[in-house]
Design a protein. Structure first.
Length: 387
């Protein structure tokens, strides 16, 4: 009991003494920043599409993890700045250029553009630390917390650049180590310090992550449309397009109609908001974004050959993408609301059953089965009135 009281008291003190920042909304320069990062994310889908195998999937998810962490890190740094900060605008615009170049390198990040990707990416991460240092000097962030994870950022970037100069096997190993170290910095190694990092401007924070999710969903719609461009719109193709859009709409509905607003309120009332935001948004949302990107790859292949049999890799992407998204949504709710929405896990299991049992199915039939799982989930939640 004494230990529990001591822990609660420590949390309260950290929250009370954390540097403050006014509640604010998203600025236009941040939206521009998002578009550049989403370009980089869509390049990951190109990387995965070129090699639909476990090796290709692992490499694509490694690059996505790096890209996502850079974007998320900037959300935190921007959250500690005022909306009219000139430093924020300058760093975001300069970082957007480097991010765009890194995005161009992604499809050949495990080839002749490895060093280009690594060096530009490292530049973006160093800009993030500089922006956080600026926020600290203005009293909006804790210097002690920043220096705690800055060491892991720097070590990770060194490994990333060194790995880009080596053969592919060593490159993958060092890049994986870099990602693990970078993620472990705030999440494990400096978790106690993280509590006092800053005050979370909840409206801005939740909107930033929601905006990124919806932009990624929009890119999945664009992938479906581009895949159908120039093709004869027969009944099967129209059916696949409509069913693919139905899945995308379902994924949007599950996040935005059912949960996003409530999640922001739960975060606002949380007694440990920095750690809750870190867990639920920075870490868990990677599963949501990865799910959307993987699903888009599956739909791209389904649209390309609606009447043919989907290969195992394409069928896995089609089914595992939404399943991963739903699993992420489950974890998101569990962390913020302490509620277990097992219906999402059942729907994810149904999607994976389509993959396991769907060998030999035509593409349009596989998409129809996947959409049925998502639609049933949405209908069930609507009937139950679950937020």
């Amino acid at each position: 009991m004494v230990a529990m009281a001591s822990t609660a008291s420590a949390r309260a003190r950290a929250h009370a003494t954390a540097p403050s920042v006014s509640e604010r909304g998203v600025t236009p320069v941040e939206l521009l920043w998002d578009l550049v990062f989403v370009f980089a994310v869509t390049q990951v889908s190109t990387l995965l599409s070129r090699e639909l195998s476990w090796t290709g999937f692992g490499r694509a998810m490694l690059v996505l993890a790096l890209i996502w962490w850079a974007w998320s890190a900037f959300v935190w740094a921007a959250n500690a700045e005022q909306a009219d900060s000139e430093a924020l605008r300058a760093v975001l615009l300069a970082g957007a250029v480097l991010t765009f170049v890194a995005g161009l390198a992604i499809p050949r990040a495990f080839g002749d553009r490895a060093t280009l990707f690594a060096s530009t990416y490292a530049g973006v991460r160093l800009m993030h630390l500089a922006l956080y240092a600026h926020a600290s000097r203005r009293g909006h962030a804790s210097w002690d917390a920043i220096t705690g994870f800055a060491a892991t950022v720097l070590l990770g970037m060194v490994l990333l650049v060194i790995g880009s100069l080596l053969a592919t096997g060593w490159q993958v190993a060092l890049w994986s180590a870099a990602a693990i170290i970078d993620y472990a910095g705030p999440g494990v190694l400096t978790r106690k310090r993280l509590r006092g990092l800053q005050r979370v401007a909840v409206a801005h924070f939740a909107e930033r992550y929601g905006t990124f999710v919806i932009i990624c969903l929009g890119e999945s719609i664009a992938a479906i449309g581009l895949g159908a461009t120039g093709r004869v719109l027969d009944a099967k193709l129209v059916a696949v397009i409509a069913l693919g859009l139905l899945i995308t709409i379902g994924l949007w509905w599950i996040y935005f109609d059912r949960f996003a607003a409530a999640a922001a309120e739960w975060l606002r009332s949380n007694d440990d908001p920095v750690l809750a935001a870190s867990d639920a948004y920075s870490y868990v949302h990677l599963a949501l974004v990865a799910g959307v990107i993987v699903f888009a790859v599956g739909m791209r292949h389904a649209v390309a050959d609606v009447g043919g049999e989907l290969g195992d890799g394409a069928r896995l992407a089609l089914c595992a993408g939404p399943a991963l998204y739903l699993a992420g949504n489950f974890a998101f709710r569990l962390r913020l609301a302490r509620e277990a929405s097992y219906d999402k896990l059942l729907a994810a299991a149904a999607l994976m059953a389509v993959f396991v049992l769907g060998g030999g199915l035509q593409a349009w039939v596989a998409v129809a089965c996947a959409s049925a799982a998502v639609v049933v989930l949405c209908a069930g939640e609507a009937v139950l009135g679950r937020s």
